[in-house]
Each structure stands twice: as structure tokens, then as C-alpha cells.
Design a protein around this ligand. Sequence first.
Ligand code: AKG
Length: 287
Amino acid sequence: MKAEEGFPHVLSDGVVEQFNKDGFVATPEVFSAAELSTLSDAVDEEVSKRSAHDTRKVDQKSIYEQSFVQCMRLWETSSVVRDFVCDGRLAGMAAQLLRVPSVRLWQDQALYKESGGRETDPHQDQTFWPIGDAPLVSVWIPFHAVTRDNGAMAYVPGSHLAGGLRPVDITHTTEPYDILSDPSLSQRTPRWMEVDAGAMIWHHGFTVHQAAANSSSQTRRVFTVVFIADGCARQKPWPTFPLDRDCVGVGELIAGAGMPILWPKPDKTPPVPEQQGILLGVQSKVI
Ligand SMILES: O=C(O)CCC(=O)C(=O)O
């Protein structure tokens, strides 16, 4: 059945079931070491270009910025990243995990946790975006082995199904709400995921997740891509760069040059949107 659907990388039923039960799953070695090296060189270059102006040390940054250097929508400025993001393997895997026929790009980004960078606070992604319960999945692609010492991720199993959790705005939060202690999680605890280079970890838009601080001497280098099911409508007017750029009003279907359909794989690599918003600060909730 799956082969007939033409997926370039077919996931086993077990992986899809695990994702739907736990809200996250790791997949080993989809891209070769050479492909990952090409991607990581391109992402390194973008991050270094975009952050060259920022000479602050980690402890001079805002609390949020101490968690990582964040550079968004690299697919719009790097043709290498664009080819990778639009490669049918990732989008096809996203469609299989979400069990939907078609997915769009929601966003991509580099998350580089500097040496000495603080933890990434526990949060859900989707509560920040005006997309209701649209099926959404994020893939987290480290360029090297990741352990609890250099910024591994942890996910609360089943939290994507919990409901009743309050949004955590890790970009400016001042509220003392500890999502991990919320009774809706029924005392479930985060599961740490240490992975080798080549592995990727997928999480659902409602899965509670966090990352460890980076106590190593090297930057933790990660690239992520977020996919949303096609056919979903904007639910709220909150300013949201990708939706506003493509003039998607409340109640209208999510679509536009900045959020191209990537599965089924388009015949040609989608063109870069005319207006770009690649720097920080163009939307409030960014991860
Ligand atoms: O890499 C991190 O530190 C956090 C990643 C994250 O929150 C995400 O990918 O949604």
C-alpha cells in the first residue's frame, strides 16, 4: 500500500504507531553522511552570515536567546537547504506519521545552542500558532551526536493527547507556569533522547518537549523542519508571519508561496517567496 503511494522512504507501521501513541519517534539514517555533511555546511554558512553582526556573549543575551541562536526560513536563502527541505523523503515521512495524504511546509530553522547555552524550557509548539488542531509535525535533525551534556531533547510521552495544557511562551515568558507539573500530564515525565549523527527525531505539534543545556565546549548544531497537513484553515488573527505574508485570513485555507505543498512531491522545487522574513522577530512564536 505504502509503496504504491510512492514514498521514497517508507516508515514501518510500528514507527507510525509509536509516533501516534507517544507523540515523538526517532528515525535512524535516512540521509547519508555525505548528504548530511552537505546540509550542515549550508546551514553553518547561513547561520554564520545571519548572526555575524551579533558579537554578544551568551550571558549578555536575553533568556530566550541563551537557549539557542535561531535562524529561520533558510530554504529561502540557500539553494542547498531548499533542495533538502523540498526533498520528498522528509515530507513523505511527515505525511506517513500524520496519516494524511498531503503536507505543506510550515517553517524551517537552525537552532544552534552555543557552548554554555541554557536549557530550552518545556513547551508545546502548536499552542502558539493560530492553526487550532491542524495535524503538524516537526523533524529535529542534529548534525552530530547529541547527549544530555550538549543539548539533547526530551519529550513527554502521550502529552500530545493530554489536552488542557496552557501555552508556554518560551520567547518572553514571565509566568511561573510549570507545564511539566500540570495535572493534565498525569505525572508523566520527559523521556530524554540521546541520538547519534544521522538520526532524526520527529515530534507532534502538541507534544511537550524541552532540551538540555549545553555544557560542552562545542555548539550544538540542529536543523528543524515543520510540516502541516494540507487543507487546514487559519483559526485566529494572531500575527503570524507565514500566514500574514501570504494573506491567509481567519477561516481561510492555509496556502501560499511561503508554505508550499511538499508532499506529494512537487514536479519542480517550489520558488522562493518574493517577500522574505528571514530574521528573528518577524513572528512572536517561532519554534
Ligand atoms: O533544539 C532545541 O533546543 C529546542 C527545539 C524545539 O523546541 C523544537 O524543535 O520545537
